[in-house]
Design a protein around this ligand. Structure first.
Ligand SMILES: Cc1ncc(COP(=O)(O)O)c(C=O)c1O
Length: 283
């Protein structure tokens, strides 16, 4: 076995996660017409399965980009330049989410914690009371740079009470730890293919609540590739607006079928057990 092969097998990082052999095989399939019937069937299966993991009745859009592209899509589809946002940051990815909003012209108030700490719903409530004009809250579910998971359900409840939008970076949490988009009242949710989904990098999955779609109608940040209405409308026809990373779609189709068979609870138990083995901590 070459050293390179050994390294791949021993990959023990939060992402890209190792890809099982049958999924890798699917990734290597020949290309098909991405506007044809066979690919439409794959898009249909993938999006139906993703809804069951997001626990949402909303359409889950599959974008060809990394997780950061998904975060950019979240920001530009519901906000306008000059909108006030509260960015809750407990590490590197929380800062990145805030930076994206800032670059597109949002007025960002930071609620930052020392790395290694989790955010508290009470602090979020106080920050929203101190700045009444805030339109949306940006929050990372699992902050991969520190390994800390925010208690998202409680934070979301606070944001709902204040009647603001909540945009969630679930790049390294969704598909691995408990997550309930609709029940927790989340407005925009983003995850990435190379984390809990056992497929290579290249896709981001994004879903929006009814409140999110309402905000979309008046959001004025520039968007073209990441215009989520384009993606939603194409997907309902079994397509994507632009040429998709088809190989990753092929792999994802197999991965999601495996995950559905394993079941949500078993998946969560498996990740908790492995997390415990590596950190010695119980989540
Ligand atoms: C929590 C979180 N957000 C965002 C990202 C960025 O995703 P990508 O590297 O796919 O752009 C990552 C990647 O590690 C992440 O873990």
């Amino acid at each position: 076995m070459t050293q390179q092969k050994q390294k791949q097998i021993n990959l023990r990082i939060p992402g890209p996660t190792p890809v099982p052999p049958d999924i890798l095989e699917a990734v290597g399939r020949p290309m098909v017409n991405h506007r044809g019937r066979d690919f439409a069937a794959i898009v249909g299966r993938i999006t139906a399965h993703l809804k069951a993991f997001f626990l949402t009745r909303q359409e889950v859009m599959v974008l060809t980009c990394s997780g950061t592209g998904g975060l950019e899509a979240a920001v530009v589809n519901v906000l306008s330049p000059g909108d006030k946002v509260l960015a809750v940051s407990i590490g590197s990815f929380g800062e990145r989410f805030a930076t994206i909003a800032e670059i597109y012209g949002a007025e960002v108030t930071m609620l930052s914690y020392d790395w290694g700490q989790a955010a508290s719903a009470d602090d979020v409530r106080k920050a929203l009371q101190a700045e009444p004009g805030i339109k949306a809250v940006l929050v990372t579910h699992n902050e991969t740079s520190t390994g800390v998971t925010n208690a998202l359900a409680g934070i979301a409840e606070t944001v709902r009470e204040a009647d603001k939008l909540i945009l969630v970076d679930a790049v390294s949490s969704l598909g691995a730890i408990p997550f309930e988009m609709d029940a927790w009242g989340l407005d925009v949710v983003v995850t990435g293919s190379q984390k809990g989904w056992m497929v290579p990098p290249g896709l981001a999955f994004v879903a929006m609540s009814d409140r999110g779609w309402k905000a979309f109608d008046s959001a004025r940040m520039p968007r073209f590739y990441f215009d989520l209405a384009k993606h939603r409308d194409s997907q309902t026809k079994g397509q994507t607006p632009f040429t998709p990373a088809m190989s990753v779609f092929f792999g994802l189709d197999v991965a999601l079928a495996r995950m559905v068979e394993e079941g949500l609870e078993s998946i969560h138990t498996r990740h908790r057990r492995i997390g415990h083995l590596f950190t010695g901590r119980q989540r």
